[in-house]
Design a protein around this ligand. Structure first.
Ligand SMILES: Cc1ncc(COP(=O)(O)O)c(C=O)c1O
Length: 425
C-alpha cells in the first residue's frame, strides 16, 4: 500500500541538485487543511482555539502559517516563547505549559502576559514570588487511574510526571481565588498519538466533570478548558484517521446538555494538537548510500537517527517510499539504517521495499511533528535543512542545513584549524 506524496520525483531531483540530502519538506496546503478541519468541526464553540504546541515543529515560518490560520501557541521554553514573540503572538495568544519549569521561562511568560498553565500546587507561590501572579491561571489536571463509564482506565497516569491530583487541583483553585485571581482555565493531556476517539472524548468528559464540581463547590466558572493534544495520525497506510466530525459532535452533545442543564457555564474550548496538525505533512528526503549484505540485508541512508529520532527511540513506524519505484512492487526485505555508531539507528526493520540501489531517493513519511524538532548531533552529525512546499507549488528553504562551523560554535577558545577540510565536508 502506498502513501501519497505531494511532490514528484522530478521536483525532488531538481532540489537535490542544489541541496544535498537529507532534508525535511513540509506541505503548506496540508498543514492549512488540518487546522481548518479543527476550526470547522469545533465552530459550535464560541472562542474555540488551537494552541499549537511549538515543540512539534519549532520553525517560525510554520508557526506563522498557523497564526494566519487563526492558531495561538503553546510553549515550554524561552526559545519557544521567542518564536511566538517573533511571529507576533503574545499576551493570551500564548500559553506557557509548565512542568519542571525554571525561573527564566516563568519570567519571560509573565513579561509577555502569556497564560500560565501550572503543573504543581507549589508553583503558585513560586510564581507569585518570582514574577507576580497572572490575571488568568490555568491548572493541569492528572486524573490518576479514574474510570469513566467503566470502559477506559488510565492506570499509567500515576506514573506520569505531569499534572496534579484532584484534591491538589481544587485546593490550588481556592488558593488562587483567595489571592485575587478571577479568571481560570483547566488543562488536561493524558493521551499521546492515540487513534481511539473514545479516549479523547473521555478526556474531555473528565474535564467537564471537574468544571461541574468546581462550579458547585467553589463558584468558579472556568473560562476555558484546554483539551490538550494527543490525537494520533495513521502512520501505517492501513490505519484510519480519527473521525474529527464525529468526535467534535459527541463533545458538542455532552457540552450542550451540561450547559443547558445549568451544571456548567459556557466556556471556551482550547486544543493543543501538534501531531494532528502537522504530523502527516512532513517528509524526510534522504538518499541510499550503500547496500550491505551480512546476516541481514541493510540499506544505509545518508539520514540517521540523528535526523529523525522516533523510530530508534520508540520503535515507531514511519512509512518509506522510494521515489520513482512506487509502482514496481515490494521485492526485498531490508533493515533501513543510518550511519550512527548505535545499533538502534534504524528507520525500519525487516521492511519489504522495492529493490534499492545506491543513489535511490527515499522519502520517510509523517515526520511533520517531532521530527526536525528532536534532531541531535551525536557522532558529529549536522542538523538538516527544512523546505516548505508552498501553496503556489514552489519550494522555499526555511532553515539551512548546519555547517561544520555550527557544530563547533559553542566551544570556547577553539579555532577550527583545517579550513579546507571544513569546506570539503
Ligand atoms: C502540553 C502539551 N500539549 C500538547 C502536546 C501535543 O501533543 P500532540 O502532538 O500529541 O497532539 C504535547 C506533546 O507533548 C504536550 O506536552
Amino acid at each position: 500500500m502506498n502513501k501519497p506524496i505531494p511532490f514528484t520525483p522530478k521536483q525532488i531531483q531538481n532540489l537535490v541538485r542544489q541541496y544535498p540530502t537529507p532534508f525535511y519538506i513540509y506541505h503548506e496546503q496540508g498543514i492549512r487543511n488540518s487546522v481548518r478541519a479543527l476550526y470547522k468541526n469545533f465552530s459550535w464553540n464560541k472562542g474555540f482555539k488551537e494552541y499549537f504546541p511549538i515543540k512539534a515543529i519549532p520553525n517560525p515560518e510554520i508557526i506563522n502559517i498557523l497564526k494566519e490560520e487563526g492558531c495561538n501557541v503553546d510553549c515550554c521554553s524561552v526559545p519557544e516563547l521567542m518564536v511566538a514573540e517573533g511571529v507576533g503572538l503574545t499576551g493570551e495568544s500564548v500559553m506557557l505549559t509548565s512542568n519542571d519549569t525554571g525561573q527564566e521561562e516563568f519570567k519571560k511568560a509573565r513579561q509577555m502576559e502569556a497564560i500560565i498553565n501550572l503543573d504543581d500546587p507549589n508553583h503558585l507561590l513560586y510564581l507569585e514570588n518570582l514574577a507576580g501572579l497572572p490575571e488568568v491561571l490555568c491548572l493541569r489536571y492528572n486524573p490518576g487511574p479514574t474510570r469513566n463509564n467503566g470502559l477506559i482506565t488510565w492506570e499509567h497516569l500515576v506514573e506520569d510526571k505531569f499534572g496534579m491530583r484532584k484534591d491538589q487541583l481544587f485546593e490550588t483553585y481556592k488558593q488562587a481565588l483567595k489571592k485575587g485571581i478571577k479568571r481560570f482555565g483547566l488543562h488536561m493531556m493524558i493521551m499521546s498519538n492515540d487513534l481511539n476517539a473514545d479516549h479523547f472524548i473521555d478526556t474531555v468528559k473528565l474535564c467537564f466533570d471537574i468544571a461541574v464540581e468546581l462550579r458547585k463547590t467553589t463558584g468558579i466558572n472556568l473560562e476555558f478548558i484546554d483539551m490538550g493534544g494527543g490525537i494520533g495520525i495513521p502512520y501505517r497506510p492501513y490505519q484510519k484517521p480519527i473521525n474529527l466530525e464525529d468526535v467534535a459532535g459527541k463533545i458538542h452533545n455532552i457540552y450542550e446538555k451540561l450547559v443547558s442543564g445549568g451544571d456548567m457555564a459556557q466556556c471556551k474550548l482550547f486544543m493543543e494538537g501538534g501531531r494532528f496538525v502537522t504530523g502527516q505533512h512532513g517528509y524526510l528526503v534522504t538518499t541510499v548510500r550503500h547496500i550491505k549484505e551480512s546476516y541481514k540485508r541493510f540499506a544505509g541512508l545518508d539520514a540517521s537517527m540523528a535526523d529523525l529520532m522516533r523510530p530508534g527511540m520508540y520503535g515507531s513506524y514511519h512509512h518509506i517510499s522510494v521515489l520513482g519505484k512506487e509502482s514496481g512492487g515490494l521485492k526485498e526485505i531490508y533493515d533501513v539504517v543510518g550511519s550512527l555508531c548505535e545499533n538502534n539507528d534504524k528507520f525500519a526493520i525487516n521492511r519489504k521495499l522495492p529493490v534499492l540501489n545506491p543513489g535511490d531517493i527515499v522519502v520517510i513519511h509523517d515526520v511533520g511533528a517531532y521530527g526536525r524538532s528532536k534532531v541531535f548531533d551525536f557522532n558529529g552529525k549536522l542538523r538538516p535543512a527544512e523546505f516548505l512546499l508552498q501553496t503556489d507549488g514552489l519550494f522555499r528553504q526555511i532553515r539551512r542545513a548546519e555547517e561544520p562551523e555550527d557544530y563547533f560554535k559553542t566551544i570556547l577558545d577553539w579555532e577550527v584549524k583545517d579550513e579546507k577540510l571544513i569546506n570539503r565536508i
